[in-house]
Design a protein around this ligand. Structure first.
Ligand SMILES: Cc1cc2nc3c(=O)[nH]c(=O)nc-3n(C[C@H](O)[C@H](O)[C@H](O)COP(=O)(O)OP(=O)(O)OC[C@H]3O[C@@H](n4cnc5c(N)ncnc54)[C@H](O)[C@@H]3O)c2cc1C
Length: 164
């Protein structure tokens, strides 16, 4: 037998071993069921990952609807939007994106990127605008509180590390 034939035979037996190992693991999982409390992002993600790994799952929810804290409702002509407004990983350049994409087809979501995420105003009318752009946010914060430069720069490093 040539060396190439020996390598091919070895590869084949490793693949067979791997296949048998996975088959055995899946067989062991048959009839294994996990009960999950709460149909919100934690519970539903757990359900998804368990099913991806061959487990059967059942989710129990106290409320009449799923969603938990991620919710909105209408009252007296107003929409109270209590859902999240800042989803870390909404864009493909951010490392969290791939995790969301394992659970939801992110291309199906309409993402609205705000220039200004929110603004805070004190009693004297002094305003802090929370810009989504880190450079603009840093400048805004330093203009308002130059004495906090060190803390602002630490925040900037943390924010940038989330995006890289
Ligand atoms: C106003 C507001 C704004 C927010 N904004 C942001 C944001 O911009 N970005 C961000 O990332 N996060 C934000 N969050 C946080 C985010 O919404 C939560 O971290 C997230 O939704 C929590 O999900 P969870 O699955 O861990 O828990 P929960 O949402 O608390 O879900 C728990 C679920 O379990 C159910 N449950 C509880 N006990 C039982 C029981 N005994 N039996 C059966 N069911 C049960 C509940 O009914 C609920 O559906 C915000 C939260 C709020 C309130």
């Amino acid at each position: 037998m040539t060396l190439i034939c020996q390598i091919l035979a070895l590869k084949k037996s490793i693949m067979l071993l791997k296949k048998n190992f996975i088959k055995k693991r899946l067989e062991n999982m048959v009839n294994k069921k996990v009960m999950i409390i709460g149909a919100e992002i934690s519970g539903m993600s757990a359900g998804n990952y368990l099913q991806m790994n061959g487990y059967d799952t059942e989710i129990f929810e106290l409320h009449t609807k799923p969603g938990g804290l991620c919710t909105g409702w209408r009252r007296k002509g107003y929409t109270i939007d209590g859902c999240i407004h800042w989803l870390v990983g909404s864009g493909p350049s951010i490392n969290y994106y791939k995790f969301w994409n394992e659970l939801i087809d992110m291309r199906e979501l309409e993402i609205v990127d705000y220039v200004e995420y929110c603004s805070l105003e004190d009693k004297d009318g002094k305003r802090l605008r929370a810009f989504a752009n880190v450079d603009r946010l840093e400048k805004e914060m330093k203009d308002i509180a130059p004495e906090d430069t060190d803390a602002i720069e630490i925040l900037e490093i943390i924010l940038r590390s989330l995006f890289n």
